[in-house]
Write a protein that binds this ligand. Structure first.
Ligand SMILES: C/C=C/C(=O)SCCNC(=O)CCNC(=O)[C@H](O)C(C)(C)COP(=O)(O)OP(=O)(O)OC[C@H]1O[C@@H](n2cnc3c(N)ncnc32)[C@H](O)[C@@H]1OP(=O)(O)O
Length: 246
């Protein structure tokens, strides 16, 4: 994964275009490390996530799934535990995007498939080209999507649409992605996508990072809490900010 910083914007780029940016284990862990680095990097106020080549991300490297059986040892219960650890580790690589206190913008072109959708649903903002396409592909591989799409997608698009996409693996193009709210905007081509994402990143990068971190934390907090709990959380957060403790 490439990491570059300019004008307070970190650009994280999947760099395996010859495999459509499919992620092997090293790729997943490199993504987590890159978000941890951006979180700690004082020169960074906002992160853009994108990819090299034709596709944004073709999900998990299929050779990882094919080779998984060989890495498992022991009785059924032990195998189950190893599989659970394997899944939890990949989930954590994605949750690193939410742990990163800087707002994260996904810039999607070409295919965004399976694990690629898990990844973009953990980002704060999403933009794409009109010819981009998205597929919650796991059902076709005989697996329940288990890296976060089933939890995060229904909070971005409607629960009914999320269910349809997960049950059918149907491809959604950029225009539809905009219509259903999966992305903020679908742009006509890569150049316009880059321009629009740059504009948004610049606008966010110019804001005080303590405040954008507070907005991100509060938005993420409200997902799992009631309205009164959310108000309570933001009152404490805001008070700490105003008192100079954060
Ligand atoms: C827990 C998570 C689960 C998941 O993530 S489930 C989803 C898993 N991913 C997939 O099922 C996607 C499989 N790939 C495809 O459907 C297609 O590819 C694309 C639509 C992404 C791109 O199609 P095109 O533009 O025609 O390119 P190309 O020639 O098929 O791919 C370029 C090279 O990339 C390799 N590749 C693509 N996806 C993966 C992958 N997921 N794992 C490993 N390799 C992949 C291909 O094989 C090929 O390589 P070569 O030129 O040597 O044949």
């Amino acid at each position: 994964m490439k990491y570059a910083v300019s004008e307070k914007i970190a650009t994280l780029t999947f760099d395996r275009p010859e495999r459509a940016n499919a992620l092997d284990i090293a790729g997943w862990e490199a993504m987590r490390a890159a978000f941890e680095r951006a979180d700690a990097d004082e020169a960074v106020n906002v992160v853009v996530l994108t990819g090299e080549g034709k596709h944004f991300c073709a999900g998990i490297d299929l050779s990882v799934l094919a080779g998984l059986q060989e890495t498992l040892t022991g009785k059924q219960k032990e195998i189950e535990e190893q599989l659970r650890d394997f899944i939890a580790n990949l989930q954590d690589c994605i949750t690193a995007i939410e742990r990163c206190r800087k707002p994260v913008i996904a810039a999607v072109y070409g295919g965004c498939i399976g694990g690629g959708v898990d990844i973009i649903t953990a980002c704060d903002l999403r933009y794409c080209t009109t010819d981009a396409y998205f597929s919650v592909k796991e059902v076709d591989l005989g697996i329940v999507a288990d890296l976060g799409t089933l939890q995060r997608l229904p909070r971005i698009v409607s629960p009914g649409i999320a269910a349809e996409l997960a049950f059918t693996a149907r491809r959604v193009d950029g225009k539809e992605a905009q219509r259903i709210g999966l992305v903020n905007e679908a742009l006509a081509n890569a150049k316009q996508l880059q321009f629009r994402v740059g504009q948004t990143a610049d606008a966010i990068a110019a804001k005080p990072p303590r405040i954008t971190a507070g907005i991100k934390a509060t938005l993420l907090h409200q997902r799992n809490h009631t309205l009164p709990e959310g108000l309570d959380y933001v009152a404490s957060y805001s008070a700490a900010l105003m008192a100079g403790r954060r």
